[in-house]
Design a protein around this ligand. Structure first.
Ligand SMILES: [Zn+2]
Length: 317
């Protein structure tokens, strides 16, 4: 029951995104070149990354259900090659919702790859979105293809969920990070899918130091960052958890911890009060930081952490 409630909440936020689309805000937008043979398609759920190889196309994430035809229309603007592989960064329906439809459109020869924990959720019977089969799973690392066609997929531990994958295209010096790094703000933590605020800094630090040769980081939702921006995001989340640990043991509150984080000028971008374009349905970076301090406090106190999707920011603009 709990898992379904969580998925429902996430899909509700996704549907809100589609709803605003109908009113003229960004849905699926024009395919954008990132670097080398890597492109990205924004909207209608998470970013879809498109990697054009010598004989086929690799897609990372497939947006909300019923986005398959719109995704393929964008892919066809850059290549006529067939889709051969779909990689999912995690199991949320705004990232794998159109897997089955894309596999059908591509003649069912598509290989689907996901982390073993994501596979278990995607293939679970009785969920609201049906079964989404995964052909190949991995626990820490998997590589597919050779030379310029190679794709490296990594898992370093829990964060947004317990099945988060980092997908790297070495020839293009580009990585798709999934929702562990979305909107260049502290990520949504989904404890019902094994997500953990306390685990997040270790996971991000391992990714930062283990993954070589990346200049461009495609966010799970939103834009493209530099490797340096990804590092600053890792450092902010480390500081958030460290501050929670220091504050909780002296009887302080998440709000006290937030005040301490606000004293560090380099964290301003992660604590600002601006709604991001395309995230009108969500909250501000400041609200997300406070949510994640609350989740960190819950985990530190041994309470069952809660999924907190939204929180009002009194200074939002
Ligand atoms: Zn997600």
């Amino acid at each position: 029951m709990k898992r379904i409630a969580v998925l429902g909440a996430i899909v509700a936020s996704g549907i809100a995104a589609v709803g605003v689309t109908a009113q003229g805000l960004p849905g699926i937008t024009e395919i954008e070149h990132v670097n080398g043979n890597v492109y990205k398609i924004f909207g209608a759920g998470g970013n879809t990354t498109v990697f054009v190889r010598s004989h086929d196309v690799v897609l990372v994430d497939t947006k909300l259900p019923n986005s398959g035809e719109a995704i393929m229309a964008e892919v066809r603007k850059v290549t006529d090659l067939p889709v051969g592989v779909i990689i999912n960064t995690h199991s949320h329906p705004d990232h794998m919702g159109s897997n089955n439809q894309l596999a059908e459109l591509s003649g069912d020869g598509v290989e689907v790859i996901a982390h073993v924990n994501s596979k278990a959720r995607m293939e679970a019977e009785g969920g609201p979105f049906g079964v989404s089969p995964v052909n190949k799973s991995f626990s820490t690392q998997i590589s597919i293809g050779e030379g310029d066609d190679r794709v490296d997929v990594y898992h370093f531990g829990a964060g947004h969920t317990d099945g988060d994958a980092f997908v790297v295209f070495p020839a293009a010096r580009t990585m798709q990070a999934g929702d562990i790094y979305a909107w260049h703000m502290s990520p949504l933590i989904d404890p019902g899918s094994g997500g953990s605020m306390l685990a997040l800094p270790t996971t991000l630090t391992a990714a930062y130091y283990s993954i070589p040769g990346v200049d461009h980081v495609i966010q799970g939702h939103g834009g493209v960052s530099t490797w340096e921006e990804f590092r600053s995001f890792m450092q902010f989340n480390r500081a958030l958890v460290a501050t929670a640990e220091q504050t909780v043991q002296f009887g302080g509150t998440p709000e006290d911890a937030l005040v301490r984080l606000e004293r560090e000028p380099s964290f301003a971008v992660f604590l600002d009060h601006k709604i991001k374009p395309g995230l009108e349905y969500g909250g501000t970076p400041w609200a997300r930081a406070l949510i994640n301090l609350r989740v960190a406090f819950q985990e530190l106190r041994g309470e069952e952490p809660q999924l907190i999707m939204g929180l009002e920011d009194p200074h939002q603009h």
